[in-house]
Design a protein around this ligand. Structure first.
Ligand code: GRG
Length: 302
């Protein structure tokens, strides 16, 4: 990984942490325990891959940084909510997240449920409250885009399929369908929201062709993210991942590794990576950060 990319990631992560600090409700404000738990679930942890994708896609369309911050925060809040709920005993039942006790362990289950609910509401509150595009119709489309990506036709739907698949042998297309929804939908939404922040006026919309290519990139890199996640769940240790390693096999979950073997899953990730980069062909230097993020997603060790 190039030093220039590493320092871009570090500076964006640190800057974005301050943005989240400001946007989350203060812990001193009632209801204090809920607000403290929301901050616990979001701050000081995670790779912030989705916000980085928002920023990189925004570079491609010349988007305003303040608008990108709001879009990135909305996506990260949805992601954080999904992790809090996923860790609860009624779902994946895990006690460790981002290297610290899961939210329901640190607080309690009822609080964790409300943390997820409130983070989701806050995401849409932010998108509705701040100007993200000069064209109000386009802004409404952006809100709808995140709603679809998060709901039963996106992430929550993918999670439902995941829960129903335990102990079952899925085919490759079935596994792909699940992950395009569970993991991929939010990653795709991050890229599209970042790009839409840059379509500053109806007279200068991001072209449909550009959006279609970006969407293809998002689909491919979202799936690659999950394939790599499955490989890391087998190969990396708990300390490195900051979450319990080996859970998929323990829970008898169908994964790319259980279906294709480690080498097969690695080959699939490489192929998706190649295809994702091809989708960006023709975008020139403006897409360099997106390309580097694609490399990072596939080559990451945590
Ligand atoms: C509860 C509605 C609902 C959905 C949960 C995303 C999800 C759906 C569950 C998380 C379980 C999981 C391990 C999914 C695999 C891919 C994934 C989303 C990993 C976690 O994302 P990272 O690696 O996490 O970006 P950080 O902590 O770095 O933000």
């Amino acid at each position: 990984m190039r030093a220039d990319f590493q320092s871009w990631v570090a500076s964006q992560q640190s800057r974005f942490e301050d943005v989240l600090h400001e946007l989350l409700p203060r812990a001193e404000v009632a209801p204090q325990r809920l607000h403290e738990a929301m901050r616990y679930a979001v701050l000081d942890g995670g790779k912030r891959v989705r916000p980085l994708l928002v920023f990189a896609a925004g570079e491609l369309t010349g988007a305003d940084a303040a608008r990108l911050n709001i879009a990135a925060a909305a996506v990260e809040l949805i992601h954080a909510y999904s992790l809090v709920h996923d860790d609860m005993p009624c779902m994946d039942d895990d006690v460790l997240r981002r290297g610290k006790p899961a939210c329901h362990v640190q607080y309690d289950e009822a609080t964790a449920l409300l943390v997820g609910d409130s983070l989701q509401s806050l995401a849409f509150h932010l998108l509705a409250e701040h100007r993200l595009n000069d064209d109000a119709t386009r802004q409404l489309e952006m809100i709808k885009l995140l709603a679809v990506a998060s709901g039963s036709h996106g992430m929550a739907g993918g999670q439902a399929i995941d829960l129903a698949s335990v102990g079952k042998a899925l085919t490759l297309p079935e596994l792909e369908f699940m992950h395009i929804h569970k993991t991929g939908a939010l990653i795709r939404a991050a890229i599209l929201l970042g790009a839409h922040c840059g379509s500053v006026a109806p007279a200068q919309p991001v072209s449909a062709e550009k959006l279609a290519k970006l969407d293809r990139f998002g689909k491919q890199i979202g799936l690659a993210f999950q394939v790599v996640d499955d490989v890391l769940d087998c190969e990396a240790d708990t300390a490195t991942l900051g979450k319990t390693a080996g859970k998929d096999a323990d829970n008898d979950k169908p994964t790319y590794v259980s279906l294709l073997g480690i080498q097969g899953a690695r080959t699939m990730a490489q192929q998706l990576h190649r295809e994702a980069l091809e989708s960006l062909a023709g975008f020139g230097d403006a897409a360099q950060r997106l390309r580097e993020l694609a490399d990072f997603i596939v080559l990451r060790k945590f």
